[in-house]
Design a binder for this molecule. Sequence first.
Ligand SMILES: Nc1ncnc2c1ncn2[C@@H]1O[C@H](COP(=O)(O)OP(=O)(O)OP(=O)(O)O)[C@@H](O)[C@H]1O
Length: 584
Amino acid sequence: MGKKILINFIKEHKVSYTIGVTFMLLTSYIQTLFPKVLGDTIDILKVNNFSNKDVYINIAYIMLIALGTFVTTYAWRNLVIGNARNMECHLREKLFEHFEKLSPEFYNRRKTGDLIAYAINDISAVRMTFGPATAMSINGIVICLISIYSMARAINWKVTLLALLPIPIIVLIMTKIGGIVRKRFKKVQENFASISDRVQENINGIRVIKAYVQEDKEVEKFEVLNEKMSESNLDMIRVSSYVSPLIEICFTISFVLNLIIGGNMVLEGSISLGSFVAFNGYLTMIMSPIISIGRIITIFQRGMASLNRLNEIFDTEIDIKEIEDCVRSSIDGDVEIKDLSFNYPGAEEAVLKDINISIPKGHTLGIVGKTGSGKSTLVNLLLRMYNVPRGKIYFDGVDINDYELKSLRDSFGFVPQDNFLFKASVSDNIKFFKQIYEDEEVIDATKNSCIFDSVMSLNDDFNTVLGERGVNISGGQKQRISISRALIKNPDILILDDSLSAVDTITETKILENLRRLRGNKTSIIIAHRMSAVMEADEIIVLDEGRIVERGTHSELLEKEGIYYDIYKSQFHEEDNEFGNEAS
Ligand SMILES: Nc1ncnc2c1ncn2[C@@H]1O[C@H](COP(=O)(O)OP(=O)(O)OP(=O)(O)O)[C@@H](O)[C@H]1O
């Protein structure tokens, strides 16, 4: 898939690539004219009473060569290297698009740092391969071919081949070293991913780390990773450092051979001094691309390793798929769950068992139960965060799998348990960057979720920029801003997953009153640990180990004197005690 994206990109840009490569070939050709003109000039100057005109003509040639090299290099660099930058941008965009489509399950399995490394390092390594390394290869091959041919013409094939004798040895060394570099580079990338993962985790969890005084321990752990990273880099450098000196030695041998044989030929008069100078000019010219072979091979090896890593991600199937003729309309509000059982991918035990629920449009369902009983899993399935078997969940009589994902999820206003705020203004966090809402609507949403006064007391009220993950406001304020984000949508189905847990009981009562007023004819699902949040619901289900063990209205459940009754009693007993203590 990653390779396919690249091939398609190259096909789409074939015109600019063709023009770019043509200019590149032209540059290489023009560059190889220089040693010949220089040799000719020396032969002219060597003669007594040389013609000034001939020298001026050759100087003009040299100037033209410089100008030609400048113009053609400028053109190909803009086209080929420019295309490589565009390719990088295109690849990153595709990767991000792919990331957005992958299910939460994928992110449960992967390390964040790893994914960041894909988006930064690997894509950059691919760009280097298809930009500078490809350009250097083409340029090098052309220069080498023309130079070798010109060397043979300047002296002869025998001396040329003798001078080039060390080159196959150089290529062999390069290929061997390249293989080792690739393996060691993979290790570097893996270590980089671990480092970026740790940094990310530490930044996100800095409060917990500080609260548990774990800073020194974390620094120690980081040092171990950093050492490993440095070690793997040094391992790579240890091998790649051989490259330049080995090549230098090989070329020195070439020059010595050439000096002995070519110098003697000049002395014997079988070749002119100009031809000897031109020959050496070509040999020097070959040196640069041959020296670059090491770098080029390393870039190619890295690029291929990165492309393989990217391919692995691009080939990760988007496991939540839409059918072809999917329903593109939004949900009206009827929810029907039939005999639903669910296992997390790869898990043996079901976390939901034989769930049957019917929520007519406009009703409110309350869900309570011990932690880990499956409440969040149930609402996540309603949003199809995981695949749901056919015939288990229906909205307005239509199977969940028949809905277009966008229409399905757009019908919900979801406040997840681990609500998330962006590093953006309060207003943008509520609108979710959609400029379709009026300021009045933002204000109403905050009033209904009882956060308006708190927002107005912020430095820049609705324009106050929240810290990453909303750190400059309290947990309860964060929850209420997240509720505002759901309410402004006026969704067909509202889901609050334990979203009132950090709100005091008086504010909770106000928010619930507002919800009842606003959502008279709309469906709502409220998950809560505090019974006060679900007491008014049309139906309450009690989950225990993935099963519905009790259901009914608040008063029906109290009459049953089961789990619900026990939790209710314990909570209200606590509150009575609290009030009692306060009064005393
Ligand atoms: N991504 C996951 N992969 C595998 N198992 C999971 C995953 N998410 C949750 N579980 C497991 O599924 C069970 C139900 O979890 P869930 O989050 O639905 O419970 P919950 O009732 O919402 O709990 P809480 O009240 O603490 O939020 C738990 O045993 C949990 O360990």
